[in-house]
Design a protein around this ligand. Sequence first.
Ligand SMILES: Nc1ncnc2c1ncn2[C@@H]1O[C@H](COP(=O)(O)OP(=O)(O)O)[C@@H](O)[C@H]1O
Ligand code: SF4
Ligand SMILES: [Mg+2]
Length: 434
Amino acid sequence: MTTVDDLNAAAGSGRSSTAVNQRLSPGAVIGVNDLRVHFKAKAGVVEAVDGVEFELRQGETLGLVGETGCGKSVTARSFLGLVPSPPALPTTGTIQYRYGDDVVDLTAIGGEQMGDIRGNRIAMIFQDPGKSLNPALTVRDQLGEVFLIHRSAEVLDAADVDSAAGDLSSRLLRRAAGLKSRWPERVLLAIPPLRARRTALRAAADSLVIAALSETQIPNPAAILDRYPHELSGGMKQRVMIAQALACNPDVLIADEPTTALDVTVQARIVELIRELQQRHNTSVLYISHDLSLVRRVCDRIAVMYAGRIAEIGSADDVFHHPKHPYTRGLLAAIPSMASKRGQLEAIAGTVPELIDPEPGCRFAGRCRHATDMCRSANPMLVEVGTGHSVSCFAYQPITGSDLAPPTVPDQPIVASTQPAGSGDEGSAPGGEP
Ligand SMILES: Nc1ncnc2c1ncn2[C@@H]1O[C@H](COP(=O)(O)OP(=O)(O)O)[C@@H](O)[C@H]1O
Ligand code: SF4
Ligand SMILES: [Mg+2]
């Protein structure tokens, strides 16, 4: 029987499906190489992320899309060392990050260096705001701290405090503003000149916090300054978290389903805010979503993820107008459009497989109408099919010398918004969740 190695050898690349590109290309700010994050569970090993490779370029918005359970959040959390271990087994592969003049591997650093990167240079808007805000801090303290740490010059400027205060480190500044102060300091801060400075600093931080909150269209932001996270609705918490992530002007913003809990008008404003930030600061954005139509509006490039692997990556135009991978086609066909017949919506048959000790082979094989024995025998590699457009499917992989027949995927361009229901290339039964 043909093995993975046979197929890779037949593909003539000499490069295994786990090959690692160790160099970060000049325009890239992050390079993910053969990233594998597996979890130890009672039933076996969950191969949540398995050989993921992509680059995030300076100033671009890269969409990471796929159904729930495809490994998008685990990939993103790996950037900041936020995957709990255990149950996660040691991560393999690398996530190279351009850190000033150096390139560091985010999977290998820790402590102080990761502390500086997290929040300061790479900020993340989490999928679940309830778990990401500090339940013991009010909105004022939660966001005020971000300004006092990351934008202290602006706070000092707005407070118009004496020049001596300008020498304060951000830690001292937080103390001088009364945040993180211990009781002896609190006594000292009661002395009139110091109290006046503390009041000025807190008022300056408050005004920056209010401005940041109002940018996310929170009505009457001053009214929520003294509230704790549990006193806010889900949508409100999400907006506080977005304000917090945007406040530090990061180099890289990871937005993990940032607008899921918001209504469409606020959603549009948040998407616009992220765009503005990106243009103002040349920020690189990794925009994670299961909503392809949203990603289409905001992203320059798109990576489609399926069951822990990248199925297809390319420019938004390539992925939307010239999709190659049967999974991408299925997702596009499932986008409701004005042309869809009432009551009819395309969906990919089946669901994302359990990733516990998965069988070898293409992980989409169980749902793909084009699958052959070759697909069930080995894992296809991500191969370039056009400039900057790569696909992981045997139909596009040059293979010679194998006794297994490769699949054939008819090359039909799909334009989701104009495609009538029923003409999609993939799927017919409900069950997908794009
Ligand atoms: N702590 C964990 N322990 C075991 N499995 C996990 C853990 N976290 C995530 N997973 C599994 O990893 C897979 C990918 O999850 P996730 O990255 O959250 O998917 P997505 O964000 O694409 O919806 C899922 O099968 C999920 O069950
Ligand atoms: S044709 Fe084969 S390799 Fe391609 S997506 Fe379908 S199952 Fe996977
Ligand atoms: Mg997720």
